[in-house]
Design a protein around this ligand. Structure first.
Ligand SMILES: [Zn+2]
Length: 389
C-alpha cells in the first residue's frame, strides 16, 4: 500500500509496533484512496454507512452500538469477534471516535477528535499490539495499560484502549487484563478483538459486551469497491474472493501483488494437476517449509474445488473465481461431483492435520496423492481428461 498512514506506529501503541496503515485500512475503513485527509469523511463513506459510522457492512452491530451510545449506555468493555480482516479493528476505531466525538451525531468524522483518532494521534486512544515471541500480548504491556488507565483523559471523554487479537494474549496477560475488567475506572473503555474467543478466559469474555461480526455480503462489498473507483469486473472478483472479509478486499484493491500472487498460485494448481508424483512431492516439500504459502494455497485450492463442485451441480452463481469461468467450465465438464467432493474432503483433512501440527510435508504429500490427475488443464486445444490415480 502506498500513500498516507492513517495509523502511525507511535504514540498509538503500547510497546511493539503500531497497527499501521495497512491493517487499519485493510479492515474496512476504506479511506486509503482519494481525498487529502487521513480521516474518513462522509463523502468517502461506504454505501451502508450509518450516520457517520464509516464501516462497510456490520449494520446490525453499528445500529445497536449507536442506539446504546445515544441513550448513554456505554459499556466498560467490548469484544468484537470474527474472522481475520473482517473489520473488527476498524469498528473498534470508529467506536473510539463515537465515544470521544465533539459533535452531536457522533462519530462525525471531521471534528478535531475524530481526525486525531483516525490519524493515530489522539492521546486518549491507544492500540495495544502484542510484541516479541508469537506477537502475543505480554504481561508487561497489560501492566503498562493498567498504569495508563488510572490516568484521567487528557482531552477526550474516555480513555480507550483497543486490544487487537486479544485471543493471542499470554495467559498471564489475559488474567491481568481481568483485573481492569473487574474494577474498571469510569473513564476507561476497553475494546478487545478476537478470532478465537474460546482462547480467551471465560471470565474475560463474560465481562465484555460481545459482538460477532459476520462476513460482509457480496453485493455490499461490490458497491463499496465501485464507490472507491474499482471497475465492476474487478469489484465483482474481489468481493467474491474476499469471502466477506472487507479488510482483504480493501488490501487487494490497494495492493496489486495480492492478485498477481493468486494468478501464480492458480497456475501452480493447474500445473500440479498434470504433474507426476515427483513434481507433486517436490511441491509438498516446498509447502512443508513455508507455512504462509501453505495456508494460502489451501485456501485457494478449497475455493477452486468448491467452484468445480458448484459447476458440477449447475450452480454457476456460487462460483468465486468468476474471472476463471472458462478454465473452470472445461475442468468441470471432465470432473464428477464426487471427485470434486472427495478433493474438498481431503483438503478439510489437510487443514485439520496442519492445525494439529502434523508434519506439513507429509500432510501435503497425502493430499497430493488424492488429487486426481488432469491432463492439459490449461490448454483447450488438447484433449483433456481426468484420470483416477
Ligand atoms: Zn467527531
Amino acid at each position: 500500500m502506498s500513500g498516507r498512514r492513517p495509523f502511525g506506529p507511535l504514540p498509538l501503541s503500547i510497546g511493539g509496533e503500531g497497527v499501521g496503515a495497512q491493517r487499519c485500512c485493510a479492515q474496512g475503513m476504506g479511506w486509503g484512496r482519494g481525498g487529502s485527509s487521513d480521516c474518513p469523511s462522509r463523502a468517502d463513506s461506504g454505501v451502508d454507512a450509518i450516520m457517520g459510522w464509516n464501516v462497510i457492512g456490520h449494520e446490525w452491530v453499528v445500529s445497536l452500538l449507536r442506539q446504546r451510545l445515544t441513550s448513554g449506555q456505554v459499556a466498560h468493555a467490548y469484544l468484537f469477534a470474527g474472522p481475520p480482516q473482517i473489520g473488527k479493528t476498524t469498528l473498534a476505531i470508529t467506536l473510539a471516535q463515537a465515544l470521544n466525538c465533539a459533535e452531536p451525531d457522533a462519530p462525525c468524522g471531521h471534528c478535531r477528535s475524530c481526525v486525531r483518532i483516525a490519524s493515530g494521534l489522539h492521546p486518549d486512544v491507544q492500540i495495544v499490539i502484542g510484541e516479541g515471541v508469537g506477537e502475543s500480548l505480554k504481561i508487561d504491556q497489560v501492566r503498562s495499560l493498567q498504569r495508563q488507565a488510572s490516568l484521567m483523559p487528557y482531552e477526550g471523554r474516555y480513555r480507550v484502549f483497543i486490544v487487537p487479537r486479544a485471543d493471542q494474549a499470554t495467559l498471564e496477560a489475559a488474567n491481568s487484563m481481568l483485573k481492569i475488567l473487574e474494577e474498571p475506572p469510569v473513564h476507561v473503555v476497553l475494546i478487545l478483538t478476537a478470532t478465537h474467543t474460546e482462547a480467551l478466559p471465560p471470565t474475560v469474555v463474560s465481562r465484555c459486551q460481545r459482538f460477532e461480526l459476520k462476513p460482509v455480503p457480496v453485493a455490499t462489498m461490490e458497491a463499496a469497491l465501485q464507490q472507491r473507483g474499482v471497475p465492476l469486473p474487478k469489484a465483482q472478483l474481489l468481493a467474491r474472493l474476499s469471502g466477506g472479509r472487507i479488510g482483504w478486499a480493501m488490501a487487494a484493491m490497494e495492493d496489486e501483488t495480492i492478485l498477481r500472487q493468486r494468478e501464480q498460485d492458480l497456475e501452480q494448481l493447474t500445473r500440479l494437476l498434470a504433474a507426476d508424483r515427483v513434481e507433486r512431492f517436490d511441491f509438498a516439500r516446498q509447502m512443508g517449509q513455508d507455512p504462509a504459502a501453505s495456508r494460502r494455497q489451501i485456501e485457494l485450492w478449497t475455493s477452486w474445488w468448491r467452484d468445480l463442485l458448484a459447476l458440477c451441480l449447475h450452480r454457476p452463481d456460487y462460483v468465486t473465481h468468476v474471472d476463471q469461468m472458462e478454465t473452470l467450465s472445461r475442468m468441470a465438464a471432465r470432473c464428477s461431483e464426487l471427485q470434486a467432493w472427495a478433493v474438498l474432503k481431503a483438503l478439510q483433512t489437510t487443514v485439520a492435520q496442519l492445525e494439529s501440527r502434523v508434519n506439513a510435508q507429509l500432510a501435503w504429500e497425502s493430499l497430493l496423492l488424492q488429487l486426481p490427475a488432469f491432463r492439459h488443464p490449461g490448454n483447450p486445444r488438447e484433449k483433456e481428461q481426468f484420470v483416477e490415480r
